[in-house]
Design a protein around this ligand. Structure first.
Ligand code: 9WN
Length: 493
């Protein structure tokens, strides 16, 4: 019989002790965050931002659902269900689901660029909805499990998990079967947008081989709609490369088997989330009376491949692997710290990661209060430029849980408090300067509000205890670790 371990709530993290209480130190923050999510709700899902991103984005929706569960379990379930209605027959969950009510030129690339219904026909794109053809990090099973936990009775009444489970299994199957470009047990991203960290310096090397699409062949909308500083956005040259890669994929009918890889990178954050979500899928399977064993086996295999292929002891962190060049990408980005969210990492890896988060490259608790997206000492560091230095709230939400999971309670408490301070002060900005907290990007950003709600609602966070820290030589038998059992108060929308 497989042992399922759902981590409990530690007594040492309480609103009273950390000053995270909405009614005390931060009056009004919960209401303000809720108003952002209510304003960005479109009737069946939530836009990341009313100005810059007027459709549904895949990993945004997962984080949004994690926050929405504290306002309305039903709405949180709908968020994920709406996304899954756009799933392709090959299992992929597209990174954008277009809202037909929004003008075609409101975002580039729009549905006319991806042509999903036609170019994606062989891969099984839906016929009644327009989507993009690429994917984003697989946070969805984790989100579904957390949404279920916020109101299990309501979830069971609606058959939420029973409907989500086959979708999520197909999604993970797609990543495992079609995206293991190197054949070594990890999924590759085939476009920087798939990582969710579009403009990370990690992509500079692999992207340099890609000929940019001619500047006049597309028209960017992000430079006119955003509301943020245009200088913070990716350059035209990088945009040209993004367009070239997406065109290449589209022109191969989104067929992963039949596409010469121009760009393929094993990203540590993407694969860490895959492993964590596979643990969540094990918990979902068990809640449905099914066997968690295949999910636990895949979670274990992913964790081992992550360490074997992407761990770099000399850097004290994980690095991306350029699959086309078969070489690690020598850039320290926050993606290489996100595996802290994965349970059961070897002890030496955890110790090094904790030292790196607080060390001179990321400097948490010293020069920074939120973890920056890129190495403070890196040649490409820019405190305000997209994914090249500033801090994102969803990423810090994951790191806060990772720190806590591995016993760094003090750093986790301080990070949680800093997230609330920065989200409130910045008007729920898309991202902030990690040193100063200065707001960047669009305001009223959905996942910033969502993770704020989640941090505010938790009387405690979990997870994996010291028992979860294991050495390379003593991997424990199959068990399910899902980094949350917290239940926040539910109120109707
Ligand atoms: C491209 C929606 C998305 C996020 C990504 C973020 C940004 C889009 C863009 O916005 O990407 O998908 O136009 O830059 O990088 O993480 O999901 O919020």
């Amino acid at each position: 019989m497989t042992q399922t371990v759902i981590p409990g709530e530690p007594a040492h993290f309480t609103p009273a002790r950390t000053g995270l209480s909405d009614s005390g130190v931060r009056p009004g923050l919960r209401g303000a965050a809720a108003r952002v999510l209510l304003a960005n709700w479109t009737g069946a899902s939530t836009v990341p931002s009313r100005t810059l991103y007027p459709h549904q984005w895949s990993w945004d929706s997962a984080f949004i659902a994690i926050g929405l569960r504290h306002l309305s379990a039903l709405r949180a379930q709908r968020e994920l269900e709406t996304l899954c209605e756009a799933q392709w027959a090959d299992g992929r969950i597209p990174h954008i689901v277009y809202n037909p009510a929004v003008p075609a030129d409101a975002y580039f690339p729009g549905p006319g660029f991806w042509r999903s219904r036609k170019a994606g026909a062989r891969a099984g794109a839906p016929t009644g909805i327009d989507t993009s053809g690429i994917v984003q990090p697989p946070v969805h099973a984790l989100a579904a499990w957390l949404v279920h936990q916020s109101d299990p009775e309501h979830s069971a009444q609606r058959g939420f998990l029973a409907r989500m489970y086959p979708r999520l299994v197909a999604w993970h199957g797609y990543l495992a079967d079609r995206r293991d470009v190197a054949g070594q047990g990890l999924a590759s991203v085939v476009h920087p947008w798939e990582s969710g960290m579009d403009n990370s310096p990690c992509w500079d090397g692999p992207l340099a081989r890609v000929e940019p699409a001619p500047a006049g062949s597309f028209r960017r909308v992000d430079l006119t709609q955003g509301g943020g500083d245009l200088a913070d956005r990716p350059t035209d040259e990088d945009y040209g490369r993004y367009v070239r890669l997406a065109t290449h994929y589209r022109d191969h009918e989104y067929d992963d088997a039949d596409m010469p890889a121009l760009f393929a990178v094993e990203d540590p954050a993407f694969n860490a989330l895959f492993a964590v979500s596979e643990h969540a899928l094990a918990a979902i399977a068990q809640a449905l009376g099914r066997s968690p064993v295949p999910h636990l086996a895949r979670a274990r295999a992913l964790t081992e491949a992550l360490v074997d292929r992407l761990w770099q002891p000399a850097a004290g962190m994980f690095l991306g692997r350029d699959v086309v060049a078969d070489a690690l990408v020598e850039e320290r980005t926050v993606a290489g710290l996100v595996p802290l969210l994965v349970p059961d990492l070897p002890t030496d890896v955890v110790d090094a990661l904790l030292a790196t988060v607080r060390g001179r490259h990321f400097s948490l608790g010293d020069q920074t209060t939120l973890v920056p997206s890129y190495d403070l000492l890196g040649a490409a560091y820019d405190g305000s430029r997209y994914w090249r230095g500033p801090a994102w709230f969803n990423i810090n939400w994951m790191l806060e849980r990772g720190l806590r999971q591995y016993g760094a309670q003090g750093s986790a408490d301080a990070l949680a408090a800093a997230m609330l301070t920065a989200s409130a002060a910045s008007g729920f900005a898309e991202y902030v300067d990690a040193r100063t907290g200065a707001a960047h990007g669009s305001a009223g950003f959905s996942w910033t509000a969502a993770v704020t709600l989640d941090v505010l609602a938790r009387p405690g966070v979990p997870a994996v205890t010291a028992a979860g820290r294991r050495t390379r030589t003593s991997r424990t038998p199959a068990s399910t670790h899902v980094p949350d059992t917290a239940r926040g108060p539910e109120t109707a929308c």
